[in-house]
Design a protein around this ligand. Structure first.
Ligand code: MF3
Ligand code: CO
Ligand code: CO
Length: 273
């Protein structure tokens, strides 16, 4: 039986505490998520459709012995989410969406291996993007890594969210509040909810064995988002650019383990300011 924390998250759900088996499962699934994001990088070019990228991600995940965890999830039908420019998250791959030079995009994949979901996303830049776009991408990555650096037993989720907010504020970018990170493991979206903003020394106290994603979204304009009529695509209301990075992490006895580090060391696009 999976152990559970005595703490509950804001949704009232108990938070699973995973043991070595869970960490091993997440390590294996997370590695394939990251390898998929490495694999897709050379395909991200002007003129390619987001549906073509999705098919390439799907082929890679299946060849690696995994199943895309997003297919069939709440009716979603694709192996990835691909969110271009002002799309904040959950962009649906489409043959009609053709990448152009200067676009920035997030690709999010969740391969399922032996029952474990490895959830990760990364930004890509098509050709050369504007200084502001590259600043947004670099700051979002810095915010994710600062949040991960705050993860250790005894730290609190408010510390994690605050780390993101502090970095975003420094660059005057807005943190999206409508979507959050989540517990992950043998359940795709589990407790706890991981907010990307917060007050230090508040919220759930991190315990060894907790496994969750951190996946901040930063907007160049205002924080407000809306979901389009397809029920998935979230866009900035002011049509400003948005960026997101996601890692799946586990709380260890003395710190944090990142399950979705790039095997090729390509965590972030080259050439950011
Ligand atoms: N991978 C996304 C996340 O980070 C969830 C995508 S759900 C889908 O939580 F159905 F849109 F694929
Ligand atoms: Co996620
Ligand atoms: Co994801």
């Amino acid at each position: 039986m999976l152990r559970q924390s005595r703490q509950r998250d804001a949704t009232g759900r108990a938070i699973p505490l995973h043991g070595p088996e869970g960490f091993a499962g997440m390590r294996a699934a997370g590695r394939i998520a990251a390898a998929t994001l490495d694999h897709i990088e050379p395909f991200v070019q002007a003129g390619v459709s987001t549906a073509a990228l999705d098919r390439e991600c799907e082929a890679f995940m299946r060849a690696a012995g995994t199943v895309p965890g997003t297919i069939g999830y709440k009716g979603y039908r694709h192996a990835s989410c691909i969110s271009v420019n002002h799309v904040v998250t959950h962009g649906i791959p489409s043959d009609d969406k053709i990448l152009a030079a200067g676009d920035i995009l997030n690709i999010d994949v969740t391969p399922l291996l032996d029952g474990w979901y490895g959830d990760a996303s990364r930004m890509y830049v098509v050709g050369s993007a504007s200084v502001r776009a590259r600043k947004l991408v670099g700051t979002t990555y810095a915010a994710l890594m600062a949040a991960i650096a705050a993860v250790r037993p005894g730290a609190r989720l408010g510390d994690v969210g605050h780390a993101i907010e502090a970095i975003a504020r420094r660059e005057r970018f807005a943190v999206v509040r409508d979507f959050c990170g989540h517990g992950v493991g043998q359940v795709f979206h589990d407790a706890p909810q991981v907010l990307h903003y917060g007050v230090p020394e508040t919220g759930i106290v991190l315990e060894p064995g907790m496994i969750f994603t951190i996946e901040p979204m930063l907007n160049a304009g205002k924080a407000d988002v809306k979901v389009l009529g397809d029920g998935w695509t979230a866009v900035t209301r002011d049509r400003s650019l948005s960026a997101q990075f996601e890692h799946s992490v586990g709380v260890t006895d003395d710190g944090v383990e990142i399950f979705t580090l790039s095997p090729a060391g390509r965590h972030v696009p080259a050439g950011l300011p």
